[in-house]
Design a protein around this ligand. Structure first.
Ligand code: 4AD
Ligand code: MG
Length: 431
């Protein structure tokens, strides 16, 4: 008999198949038992009829405990009452591994308890659906950038210098020396852009941010494209196309997961409309002030400000040209201004905040060197990075998309901790 995955059920209606999985839940009455089965691809219902399978098997079915692993055989049928649309009429059940006192029961549990049991919580249908969307977004990322001629290069995680700022660095002992966990792959991506034209890095990045918000992880995955001979305006076009591609790919390939998450697909469709609106930092400040926000020109935006700005639009919005003072050393001044830099943050709708930070890069050797010094960094430590501007410098632009921020937004999840399999937070290193 053919072993299939639950997600393939639609191709096997009225056929006898085998399924290897787990009992997620169970209910039974005198003559009929309903097993909620999962196999990692989806969840569906298995039906055991006493008068069909006999006393002994029916008794086994009604005594199966939550998360027992089983191999079952049966016949796939349409099931118009369920969201999934198919069920299996069970004929045989083989128990593979028992499960006694599984800690996560169908009743409500607190978040801390679920987080402590994250290694088991991943088995539940909502967490499963979020991970399917995450997987699709990773797949679509490689597809998009390969299609557009970008080369994937891997940047190191162990680094000698700060990539973004000196305040959120994780320090580690590196033999006799000091090292830091990478905050960004950008500086190495710039080397890649000058070598290969268009590149992207995709890997874990680290921020020792003491923030306990629903948007911050201490370890998160970042997609960082970098392009030679590209201006900030050209980079913005790549950014919006990439984000629209992510949303469209999820709509095309994660229908089941979006249903489980009860995500509004019509809303998601709006996020594929291009171009995305753009507003300058100056205009954003004016808009906020007119609406009674207590903000002065020069401050960075917090979550209430970002949400207010995002709510003016139906798509993600770019905020352009922030003050130089609040942005990193590698951002160049706006050609007509000495107080703002050529950069943009992309703010997601629905209060999800910044999903992309990007900029043109300072490409003039002397200016870059002076910026590094002005930021209180040691120019000698950045000698290799300065080489990029010593030898055939060109206009370079790039950006970083925080994968978990984007997953949280696209799945409509409340907290970023559910958008990564094993979150690392200010007070969480386990499991
Ligand atoms: O704006 P950030 O700090 O930009 C950079 O690191 C640039 N070097 C990127 C580049 O131009 N190559 O971070 C980029 C994105 C943010 O927009 C956000 O989505 C995400 O990374 N991010 C975080 N995600 C989760 N937890 C945190 N603590 C994050 N910090 C940043
Ligand atoms: Mg940022």
């Amino acid at each position: 008999m053919e072993r299939i995955r639950i997600i393939e059920s639609k191709n096997y209606v009225d056929q006898q198949v085998e399924i290897a999985g787990w009992v997620a839940n169970k209910r039974s009455s005198g003559k009929i038992a309903f097993l909620e089965l999962r196999d990692g691809s989806a969840y569906f219902q298995g039906i055991v009829l006493k008068n069909k399978v006999g006393e002994e098997l029916f008794d086994l079915a009604t005594h199966l405990t939550q998360e027992t692993s089983v191999i079952i055989t049966g016949t796939i049928q349409e099931d118009t009452r369920s969201n999934f649309g198919y069920e299996i009429h069970i004929e045989t059940i083989d128990v593979v591994g028992e499960s006694v006192d599984y800690p996560i029961t169908p009743k409500e549990h607190g978040t801390d308890f679920l987080m402590d049991n994250r290694h088991l919580w991943l088995r539940s249908s909502k967490q499963h659906a979020i991970m399917l969307v995450r997987n699709e977004m990773i797949r679509a990322t490689y597809e998009f950038f390969n299609k557009e001629g970008f080369v994937n290069i891997d940047s190191p995680i162990l680094t000698a210098v700060a990539g973004e700022n000196t305040t959120d660095l994780f320090h580690i002992d590196y033999f006799e020396d000091d090292a830091y966990l990478a905050q960004t792959g950008q500086l190495h991506a710039e080397a890649g852009a000058l070598a290969f034209g268009k590149v992207f890095t995709f890997g874990p990045t680290f921020r020792a941010e003491k923030s306990k918000t629903r948007r911050h992880l201490t370890e998160f995955w970042m997609v960082e494209p970098e392009m030679a001979f590209a201006t900030q305006d050209e980079s913005l076009e790549v950014q919006e196309q990439y984000v629209a591609y992510l949303v469209q790919s999820v709509l095309d390939n994660c229908d089941y997961a979006l249903d489980v998450l009860e995500r509004d697909k019509e809303l998601l469709k709006k996020y594929t409309q291009l171009p995305f609106p753009r507003i300058s930092y100056d205009d954003a400040i004016e808009l906020l002030q007119k609406n009674d926000f207590d903000v002065e020109w020069g401050v960075d935006f917090g979550s209430p400000e970002e949400t207010f700005i995002a709510n003016q639009y139906e798509q993600p919005v770019f905020i352009l040209n922030y003050p130089k003072e609040i942005k990193p050393f590698y951002m160049p001044l706006h050609p007509d201004r000495d107080d703002v830099v050529l950069c943009a943050d992309l703010i997601a709708p629905e209060g999800y905040g910044e999903v992309i930070g990007g900029s043109q890069r300072e490409s003039d050797f002397e200016t870059l060197k002076q910026n590094i010094i002005d930021f209180g960094l040691d120019a000698e430590d950045y000698d290799w990075y300065l080489d990029l501007r010593r030898f055939g410098s060109v206009t370079t632009s790039g950006f970083g998309l925080g994968l978990e921020r984007a997953v949280t937004w696209i799945t409509g999840t409340k907290h970023i901790r559910e958008s990564i399999p094993f979150p690392r937070l200010l007070n969480r290193l386990t499991p």
